[in-house]
Design a protein around this ligand. Structure first.
Ligand SMILES: [Zn+2]
Length: 460
């Protein structure tokens, strides 16, 4: 880079030897006057040049404006291009247009008078309650909400600050094992992996069915079927004894719930005599039943194992009627089992004889069946079988193993018989075949039961 040296001779002044004193004074006065004019001009320019905020215009200073009015001013300033006018003014020393622009914006800002701010929050800063904030911005109210940001779920908790709504971002996990659900922090991972079951015994049918006996049959149901297939247990909430001749079980149950005992079960097992089938699926329509009564509060029901079939809509609890100690493969159709001769259909052919087993007449072709070993086995199977019906997609077929389910869902070849497949497919011990192993429910329904599991907020 080249450097430039200033010439030293450039500043030299040649002095005049003839000096006129009068002329000198005149020139000095003129210069002084000029200097004053320039100084005054510079001062005025300085005044004009100072940008608006410090300057008082229209009787009210910028600093007196409210923050909304200031925002209003700068919005107008930008919109009208006052900034550009200022630059032009600085270049050509003419501030008239800039001054008009700025003045107009100030007037506009002054004329802005916002309505009185209001804000109301139903829960304050409560992370465990879903609150609702109403303000002039959220006229219809806005609830606390959960939002996922970068894979993390945060709570946005509404609050009022200076009569304005604000949403505070809260990580529920900071407080321990909590997560955000439905606009509040809830305890995480509260899966019990157990079907909370309420047992009702028809005391007319089974006056001697003790809690111990009920426990025993549920242990079989859990041990043979529910746990090995789903890693889920039964949790018996209680055993209630009601006389069904006085009132049906749904009415008994409704009265029980209305007593204020609000631990709603996930499954209801009713022991009642059912000699033909050994049990059938039912449902308790919680909302429908309780709404017959004068209910002031909303029913909040959550089943850890959400049923697929909710025919009545609303809160429905899967239920079943089970024949305790069901006489598996009993001869004949008579309810008192007095018919000795095996009946067509039940014992599969007239040639099938009846034998005494477990204290009753049993079709001889079934005497070696797993179910024939202990009358509790079929009862236990029925408890699980009927539970699973609520997790089928088909409310008509209910997806028994023997229905088209096996062909449709397992891809069986329709050219081969059902019995062929039963013999081909090995069942695990101690079951005779895979129908027993799956409690006669299509395997996909078992998968749906597992998939139905959800975290319920038990606080509600
Ligand atoms: Zn069934």
């Amino acid at each position: 880079m080249k450097t430039h040296k200033a010439s030293k001779s450039a500043g030299k002044v040649t002095k005049s030897k003839h000096v006129n004193k009068k002329r000198l004074l005149k020139t000095f006065g003129l210069l002084l006057g000029l200097l004053l004019v320039v100084a005054l001009g510079l001062f005025l320019i300085q005044q004009y040049n100072s940008t608006y905020p410090t300057e008082g215009i229209a009787g009210k200073a910028y600093s007196d404006l409210s923050s909304e009015q200031k925002q209003m001013y700068w919005g107008c300033y930008k919109e009208k291009g006052c900034g550009i006018l200022l630059k032009e003014a600085q270049a050509n020393k003419n501030y008239a247009s800039y001054r008009t622009c700025s003045k107009d914006c100030h007037a506009q800002a002054l004329s802005y008078s916002p309505q009185q701010d209001y804000c109301q929050d139903s829960d304050g800063l409560d992370y465990f309650t879903v609150g609702n904030v109403t303000s002039n911005f959220y006229l219809k109210g806005k609830e606390d909400y959960c939002l996922e940001i970068n894979g993390k779920n945060y709570l946005f908790e509404g609050k009022c600050v200076n009569n304005k709504a604000q949403f505070v971002q809260k990580n529920c996990a900071e407080m321990g094992e909590y997560g955000c659900e439905g606009g509040k922090c809830v305890e995480k991972g509260k899966l019990s992996n157990a079907v909370d079951t309420l047992v009702i015994v028809n005391s007319d049918d089974f006056p001697d069915l003790t809690v111990d006996k009920v426990d025993a049959v549920f242990q079989l149901a859990e041990g043979y079927w529910l746990f090995p297939k789903t890693q889920t247990k039964f949790n018996i909430l209680g055993v209630k004894y009601y006389s069904f001749s006085k009132k049906d079980w749904k009415k008994w149950l409704t009265e029980y719930f209305l007593q204020g005992d609000k631990i709603y079960p996930e499954y209801i097992v009713i022991f009642e005599k059912e000699p033909i089938y050994g049990g059938y699926q039912s449902q308790y329509e919680l909302e429908y039943m309780l709404n017959f009564y004068d209910l002031s509060e909303e029913i909040i029901y959550c089943n850890e194992f959400k049923p697929s079939l909710e025919e009545y809509g609303g809160a429905v609890i899967p239920a079943t009627l089970v024949d305790y100690g069901h006489k598996f493969a009993a001869c004949g159709y008579n309810e008192d089992y007095t018919q000795i001769i095996s009946d067509k259909g039940l014992c599969k052919g007239e040639e099938t004889s009846c034998i005494w087993k477990n204290g009753y007449q049993m079709c001889s072709n079934m005497q070696d069946s797993f179910y024939a070993q202990n009358t509790n086995y079929f009862t236990a199977n029925t408890i699980v079988h009927e539970l699973l019906h609520s997790y089928a997609n088909d409310s008509i077929e209910l997806e028994h193993f023997s229905t088209p389910c096996a062909y449709n869902k397992l891809g069986w070849n329709p050219e081969f018989s059902f019995d062929y497949y039963l013999q081909e497919l090995d069942a695990i011990e101690p079951f005779d075949d895979i129908i027993q192993e799956y409690a006669n429910i299509c395997p996909y329904v078992w998968q749906q039961f597992i998939g139905s599991q959800q975290i319920c907020d038990k606080e509600e």
